[in-house]
Design a protein around this ligand. Structure first.
Ligand SMILES: Cc1cc2nc3c(=O)[nH]c(=O)nc-3n(C[C@H](O)[C@H](O)[C@H](O)COP(=O)(O)OP(=O)(O)OC[C@H]3O[C@@H](n4cnc5c(N)ncnc54)[C@H](O)[C@@H]3O)c2cc1C
Length: 430
C-alpha cells in the first residue's frame, strides 16, 4: 500500500455516499491505495436486497486483482454454459461454453448471491480500514475551496477532497447535479432464490445459466451457493404500465404474463417472491459525471436495464479504474492531483457505460420479440457459432483505463435481413 496523502483537517480523503456494491467496492479500491475513505450509508445496516447476480470475466478479473476471487468462488457457482432458449417452445437458440469463455478471457464467469458479494466487499473494507457509517442520509452536495461537502438529513456536514456519489438509481446527487428523470421500460422483475430441491422436478439445468426469451417476457435461472439454492428472475411487460396506471407490475400481472410459456418456465412462476418487485427503470446516458469534486459512480452515473447483467459490474469497474488512476498519480510533488484523476476516470468510463446502456436496451427488445421478428431472431441465434466471441469481446475483455484501450463494438445485424426458411409460416403470439 502507498502512504496516505494527508488532508488539512485530519478527516477523510474521500467520502463515498452509498454503501451498495458500487460504493463499498470503490471505497475498498481507494483504501487499498492508502487513502482514508469514509462511507455514508442511509440505511440502519449495510446490506443488499435481492437474490443472485451474474459476474462476468470483466469483473472476476478485478476480484482477482483485489485478492477476493477465491473467497467469491467459495460462495458462488461457476456455471458450465449460458444457454438461451425460446420461452414458448423451450428450444435452444444459442449458448456460450463458459469453460471456453474462461480460457478466452483468462477469468471465470460466476454467479453469486448478491448479499454474499456485498459481504465480501464489506469485510474487505473493514480489513482495509474504511470508516463505515450507517444512518447517514445525504440530502445535498456543495463544492468547497479544495474539495466537496455533503449535507446530511440530521443537519450535520461532512467534507473531503472528493465525494463519490454512489447512491443508486434514484441518486440525490444525480437529481441535484444533472436533473434528468428516470426512464421507464414498462417491464418489471420478480425474483426468487429457493432451495434446489424445490425445482428438481421442473426440468431445470442446474449447471447452466438459462435465459428463456419470449414475447414481452423472459425468465432467467441459475444455481447459487455451491448449488444448494436456485435463483429465478421473471421479467415481463406490465399491461398496467402500458395503460399509464401508477401502480403497475403488481403480482396479479405476473401469472398472466407467462401463461403461454413452456413447462420449465411455467413451473417456476409460482415460486417467485410476491411481496417485492422491481420496476425496470434506467436513464439516458449523460456525458458529464464530474461536477467539481463530486463524481457520480455506479447506478447514480449509469443505471442500466439489467439485460446485459453488467450494472453492478460497471460500478465495480468504476471504482477499480478510479483507484488505478489514483495509483498512477500518487507520490507526485504537490499531492494528489484529484482533478486529473477525475478527468481520467470520466474520459474512459462514460463511453464504455454508454455502450452498455444502449446495448442493454437493444438486447431487451431482441429478447422480447413476437411474431415474424421472433422467428427471424431465432433463426439468427441458432446459426451463431458457440465459439464466436464477436458479441462479447467488447465487454468481457480487460477494463480499459484509457479511451484508446476501449475495444471496438460489434457490428449489429439488422434482423430484417434474416431470411426465414420457406416452410416456416407466421407464428401466433401468446
Ligand atoms: C432484476 C435485476 C437483476 C440484475 N442483475 C444483475 C447482474 O446479474 N449483474 C450485474 O452486474 N448487475 C445486475 N443488476 C444491476 C445491479 O443490481 C445494479 O446495477 C447495482 O446493484 C448498482 O449498485 P450501486 O452500488 O451503484 O447502487 P445501489 O445498489 O442502489 O446502492 C446505492 C446505495 O446508496 C444508498 N443511498 C441511497 N441514497 C442515499 C443517500 N441519500 N444517502 C446515503 N446513502 C444513500 C442506498 O441505501 C444503497 O445502499 C440487476 C438489477 C436488477 C434490478
Amino acid at each position: 500500500m502507498n502512504p496516505a496523502p494527508t488532508t488539512a483537517d485530519g478527516g477523510a480523503d474521500v467520502l463515498v455516499v452509498g454503501g451498495g456494491i458500487g460504493g463499498l467496492s470503490s471505497a475498498f479500491a481507494l483504501a487499498r491505495e492508502g487513502l482514508r475513505v469514509r462511507v455514508l450509508e442511509r440505511a440502519q445496516e449495510f446490506g443488499e436486497v435481492g437474490a443472485g447476480i451474474q459476474v462476468a470475466p470483466n469483473c472476476t478479473r478485478i476480484l482477482a486483482d483485489y485478492g477476493l476471487l477465491d473467497e467469491a468462488k467459495g460462495l458462488g457457482v461457476l456455471p458450465e454454459n449460458m444457454v438461451m432458449r425460446d420461452a414458448l417452445d423451450g428450444r435452444e437458440l444459442t449458448r456460450l461454453d463458459l469453460r471456453d469463455l474462461e480460457r478466452r478471457y483468462g477469468s471465470p464467469y460466476m454467479v453469486i448471491h448478491r448479499s454474499d458479494l456485498h459481504g465480501i466487499f464489506l469485510r474487505a473494507c473493514r480489513r482495509a480500514g474504511v470508516e463505515l457509517l450507517t444512518d447517514r442520509t445525504v440530502v445535498e452536495y456543495e463544492q468547497t475551496a479544495d474539495g466537496a461537502r455533503v449535507l446530511l438529513e440530521d443537519g450535520g456536514t461532512e467534507e473531503a477532497s472528493v465525494v463519490l456519489a454512489a447512491d443508486g438509481l434514484h441518486s440525490v446527487a444525480r437529481r441535484q447535479l444533472v436533473g434528468d428523470a428516470v426512464v421507464s421500460s414498462d417491464y418489471v422483475a420478480y425474483r426468487a432464490a429457493v432451495p434446489i430441491g424445490e425445482v428438481r422436478t421442473h426440468g431445470v439445468a442446474e449447471q447452466d445459466v438459462t435465459v428463456h426469451v419470449g414475447p414481452r417476457c423472459h425468465f432467467v435461472q441459475y444455481a447459487l451457493r455451491g448449488g444448494e439454492m436456485f435463483n429465478q428472475v421473471a421479467v415481463f411487460e406490465s399491461p398496467k404500465a402500458r395503460a399509464g396506471k401508477k401502480d403497475w407490475g403488481t403480482p396479479d400481472e405476473l401469472d398472466a404474463a407467462f401463461v403461454g410459456t413452456c413447462d420449465t418456465v411455467r413451473k417456476g412462476i409460482p415460486l417467485m417472491w410476491r411481496d417485492r418487485w422491481w420496476q425496470m427503470l434506467d436513464r439516458d446516458p449523460v456525458d458529464t459525471w464530474i461536477h467539481g469534486r463530486v463524481a457520480l459512480l455506479g447506478d447514480a452515473a449509469h443505471p442500466p436495464l439489467q439485460y446485459m447483467a453488467q450494472g453492478a459490474i460497471m460500478a465495480i469497474e468504476d471504482g477499480w479504474v478510479l483507484a488505478r488512476h489514483v495509483a498512477r498519480r500518487l507520490g507526485g510533488a504537490g499531492g494528489l492531483d484529484w482533478d486529473a484523476v477525475l478527468a481520467a476516470y470520466q474520459a474512459v468510463r462514460v463511453e464504455h457505460c454508454r455502450r452498455v446502456l444502449n446495448t442493454a436496451r437493444a438486447w431487451g427488445e431482441l429478447w422480447h420479440l413476437d411474431g415474424t421478428k421472433r422467428r427471424q431472431r431465432n433463426v439468427f441465434l441458432r446459426a451463431r457459432d458457440t465459439y464466436d466471441y464477436g458479441f462479447t469481446d467488447w465487454v468481457y475483455g480487460p477494463t480499459a483505463l484509457e479511451p484508446d484501450e476501449e475495444p471496438e463494438m460489434f457490428t449489429a445485424v439488422p434482423l430484417a435481413s434474416v431470411r426465414l426458411p420457406e416452410a416456416e409460416g407466421e407464428e401466433t403470439a401468446v
